[in-house]
Design a binder for this molecule. Structure first.
Ligand code: UDP
Ligand code: MG
Length: 300
């Protein structure tokens, strides 16, 4: 079977990597076209997420010399999640059979793209790359990631451990994805809701090809909060149950002198509880505004 597949890469200020990444992916694509796994009209799509450097210039140059390379330019930085989504929707409008999303820095193993395609041909509707080794991550990144996945699981969010954005989504999943209208996109939470017919493929995460990571600790934290508030009500429920338990327990303390401790401890807890509830309300506020996720400036 030779399928029409688009490789989609979000790029934010990655001008030094675009050319090398395009070259390597073009080789992979050519090989897959030659051995009959992909059709001639398969493409590589770079989504420029409102970069301020020469990212778009590089994409345009590549497009001029190789029509297999395409570009989508977002008007302002919309964030990696929205950039990926924009790319997938562009591919959808061109009737692709599937998309493979990955990062421009090629930390994901592009040799596995062939395995992804094979799995699709075996009948899987989605393929998720899972990197079980985190040797290339910094100490901080590695440990925050471990805590992140454990915490998400504990909070009842169905995310696949050590799966980031390296995945294949078939036509069916793309159609279903397009029906998720939330402003706070958290793709890792959504993709497990698109089909139960998916498979995991292990790979080793590599070092960045070059350049610097574009995710600060703050943006990773924001993504984690988005993931939790968008996919589970457990934290709020936990507060309710805990509040009730405390109220009942406080009757036992009536005659004791734990006054000061109790005051501070529960003062803090109350603030935390209000904060968590506030976080959900803020999310509702953003959703009700129905803001556009991104603006497209140019399509190549
Ligand atoms: N990225 C993006 N928009 C942003 C931040 C990042 O499109 O606002 C892209 C970035 O260019 C890269 C991918 O998202 O292709 C992952 O970013 P990075 O490598 O910095 O993240 P990490 O590997 O640390 O998760
Ligand atoms: Mg990276």
């Amino acid at each position: 079977m030779n399928s029409k597949v688009w490789l989609i890469l979000p790029a934010y200020n990655e001008d030094e990597l675009i050319a090398e990444t395009a070259k390597r992916l073009d080789e992979v694509l050519n090989k897959l076209i030659e051995n009959g796994k992909l059709s001639q009209d398969s493409r590589i799509l770079f989504v420029d997420d409102g970069s301020s450097d020469d990212t778009w210039k590089k994409i345009a140059e590549l497009h001029n010399s190789n029509d297999r390379i395409k570009g989508l330019r977002l008007a302002v930085n919309a964030g990696q999640q929205n950039a990926i989504y924009a790319g997938i929707m562009q591919a959808k409008s061109e009737n692709v059979d599937a998309v493979v999303t990955l990062d421009v820095d090629l930390q994901d193993d592009i040799e596995k793209i062939e395995t992804f395609i094979d799995k699709m041909n075996e009948g899987y509707e989605a393929v998720f790359g899972v990197h079980n080794e985190r040797n290339t991550d910094t100490f901080m990144k590695k440990h925050t990631a471990i805590v992140f996945y454990k915490f998400m699981k504990f909070m009842g969010v169905n995310v696949i451990e050590n799966h980031s954005e390296f995945r294949l989504l078939s036509r069916t999943c793309i159609e279903r994805l397009s029906e998720f209208k939330e402003a706070n996109l958290f793709l890792r939470g959504i993709v497990t809701k698109l089909t139960k017919n998916y498979i995991l493929v292990d790979y080793e995460r590599k070092n960045r090809l070059g350049g610097t990571p574009k995710f600060s600790f703050n943006s990773s934290f924001e993504l984690a909060v988005n993931g939790i508030t968008a996919f589970t009500l457990d934290p709020i429920r936990f507060i309710c149950v805990f509040g009730l338990a405390i109220t009942l327990f406080s009757f036992l303390l009536l005659s004791k002198c734990l006054f000061v401790f109790t005051l501070w401890f529960f003062g803090g807890l109350q603030l935390l509880a209000i904060g968590i509830i506030g976080e959900y309300i803020a999310k509702i506020n953003e959703e009700t505004k129905k803001r556009p996720r991104y603006f497209i400036d140019e399509i190549l």
